[in-house]
Design a protein around this ligand. Structure first.
Ligand code: SF4
Ligand code: SF4
Length: 173
């Protein structure tokens, strides 16, 4: 009796629970690219952003700048898994678990400012010429000017360039 032809087997959809430790850290914020505090205008905009509570500005390990808003995705399940895994956005598909913020020991940002004082301290110590131009422009209030140099959170981190946050990167140019 002739044997039946073998039917092709379909690749099984991966179990989301096995893709990564479902800590959910990458599903609890929105980050959007900005020009960053590299000009007087950029400093002014970055200051305006971080003056708002729970809004931060950070630089990725690749050198790009972002504004960061804490916000849980509506599809994040209490288990830490994605409720729309099979149909999740491209941004989520492209995010690599290797070096992600849930698995890397490095800070997800190269440098981060959670308030005006942190941004002012970074400018003063790391970009003194720009700090002076901002001072002359009159956009640095006393709390931002500061008297003692301080390190912003994450300033000492120099981590794996592959690590970082899930965020769209704007083309340079
Ligand atoms: S769609 Fe899913 S993977 Fe993407 S942020 Fe929301 S919960 Fe996370
Ligand atoms: S941060 Fe990393 S380990 Fe945590 S859910 Fe996202 S991809 Fe998975």
């Amino acid at each position: 009796m002739p044997s039946l032809p073998k039917l092709p087997t379909l690749a099984a959809a991966p179990d989301p629970a096995t893709v990564c430790p479902p800590c959910g850290k990458c599903c609890r914020y929105v980050a959007v690219g900005i020009d960053g505090p590299v000009t007087v205008s950029g400093v002014s905009t970055a200051l305006w952003l971080v003056y708002h509570r729970n809004v931060s500005v950070y630089q990725s390990h690749d050198g790009d700048w972002f504004v960061l808003f804490p916000a849980d995705c509506e599809n994040l399940l209490p288990s830490g898994l994605c409720g729309v895994y099979e149909n999740r956005p491209t941004l989520c598909r492209d995010y690599d678990v290797d070096g992600c913020e849930g698995t890397s020991a490095e800070a997800p940002e190269k440098v981060r400012f959670d308030d005006g004082a942190a941004l002012g301290a970074w400018l003063r110590s790391r970009r003194p010429a720009l700090f002076a131009r901002c001072l002359a422009k009159g956009i640095l209030p006393p709390a931002v000017r500061g008297d003692a140099p301080a390190q912003p959170s994450g300033a000492a981190s120099r981590g794996n360039p592959a690590s970082g946050r899930r965020a769209p990167v704007r083309p340079r140019g």
